[in-house]
Design a protein around this ligand. Structure first.
Ligand code: PLP
Length: 400
């Protein structure tokens, strides 16, 4: 980037590592770099630090430290939970239930599972992206191995009724997994209260480093490894422990617990300011997702008659980092599966943009973003044949 100020509105994609997190990690690269499984003295500092980290991480969701299994991130944790439920000696059946708005780590895995003989039910959602517990219950079969519904959606921010869905799963004796990558450290989660058996997270979504996450596995749930290897993580996740990562994750979790309420209040105020300004000042704009049951930092908006991709490019030119939410890194023009699942038409899905603020975002950042958005939307519409036709139609109607 140049000397121009960058406004980062893409915190659902990743976050800046918190300063205290980096400080906590640094000694474990150059001084205390030992392998925590070593018997000699160099193993000790890492071993002790990972133990402390695990306790903080567990505490944030009311889990026990021994129920936390470190992974390389959210994607691995998601793969582990579902694949282990359907493959191997502890598999419970060959049928999986997921929502149709899960992250690609779940959706793309399920499409793969279908190719190797697993049956998958993709649950519909309502116009806000909510999965109803009744729909979940109706989909359960005798051979259902696992139900997976995310705690909160990464694109539209909708928070799911996971406690109720977990209760349905428990009633039918089916494993319940939730992808809590977007929710962990942002909203209150309690694995016991919320009837959760398995839960995935990732450190880099809450001010921790990239490349580390965990799978929570409730005591008593038998899961086979996804990564076979050494005896790390109670023998079910091989690979030398990522000590700096775990320590950074622990610090991020500790801090997240301390300031969760304060951060949420701040983000909600910024988010609502952004949403309200857009909806009142930009004609033909709408909010995607639920008006209140949404993640504190998430605003997903759509603008009729224009392409989200062009909007994103123009915003980027003005130094504002946002996302179309569809994460089509491949350059694919497929609209987001989440936006289609909530009932948007292809062109509506394409005209959507995701803004995700953090506690570091300022009111000035939000105002600058909305001001820029106003002029960009106006300019793009002035070049849009769709908009031109629409205006002509409106004129005709008025004259008639
Ligand atoms: C980011 C994200 C993931 C993937 O996590 P990684 O650590 O990047 O693998 C999975 N699920 C959701 C909901 C996410 O937002």
């Amino acid at each position: 980037m140049t000397d121009k100020k960058t406004i980062y509105m893409d915190n659902a994609s990743t976050t800046r590592v918190r300063k205290e997190v980096l400080d906590a990690m640094l000694p474990f690269f150059r001084e205390d770099y030992g392998n925590p499984d070593s018997i000699h003295a160099m193993g000790r500092p890492g071993r002790d630090a990972v133990k402390v980290a695990r306790a903080h991480i567990a505490d944030l969701i009311g889990a026990k430290p021994e129920e936390i299994y470190f992974t390389s991130g959210g994607s691995e944790a998601d793969n582990w939970a579902i694949k282990s439920a359907v493959f191997g000696p502890h598999a419970k059946g060959k049928h999986v239930i997921v929502s149709s708005i899960e992250h690609h780590a779940i959706i793309n895995m399920c499409e793969y599972l279908e190719k190797v003989g697993i049956e998958v039910t993709y649950l519909p959602v309502d116009k806000y992206g909510i999965v109803s517990p009744e729909t979940v219950e109706a989909a359960i079969r005798p051979d259902t191995a696992i139900i997976s519904v995310m705690t909160a959606n990464n694109e539209i921010g909708t928070i799911e009724p996971i406690r109720e869905i977990g209760a349905v799963a428990r009633k039918h004796n089916v494993l319940f997994h939730t992808d809590a990558v977007q929710a962990y450290g942002q909203i209150d989660i309690d694995v016991t209260r919320d009837n959760i058996d398995l839960l995935s997270t990732s450190a880099h979504k809450l001010g921790g480093p990239k490349g580390i996450g965990f799978l929570y596995i409730r005591n008593g749930v038998k899961l086979d490894p996804l990564i076979h290897g050494g005896e790390q993580e109670r023998g079910i996740r091989g690979g030398t422990t990522n000590v700096p990562g775990a320590v950074g994750f622990g610090k991020a979790a500790e801090l997240a617990k301390l300031d969760m309420k304060e951060r949420a209040d701040k983000e909600i105020a910024l988010r609502d300011h952004l949403i309200n300004r857009v909806l009142t000042e930009i004609p033909y704009s709408s909010l995607n997702g639920h008006p209140t049951q949404r993640l504190p930092g998430n605003a997903n908006l759509r603008f009729a008659f224009i392409e989200g991709e062009s909007l994103l490019m123009s915003m980027n030119m003005a130094g504002i980092c946002v996302s179309t939410g569809s994460a089509c890194a491949s350059g694919s023009l497929d609209p987001s599966h989440v936006l289609l699942a909530i009932g948007l038409k292809h062109e509506e899905a394409h005209g959507s943009l995701r803004f995700t603020v953090s506690a570091e975002t300022t009111l000035e950042d939000v105002d600058y973003t909305v001001d820029t958005l106003k002029s960009v939307v106006e300019r793009l519409r002035s070049m849009s044949p769709l908009y031109e036709d629409f205006v002509k139609e409106q004129k005709k109607k008025q004259e008639a």
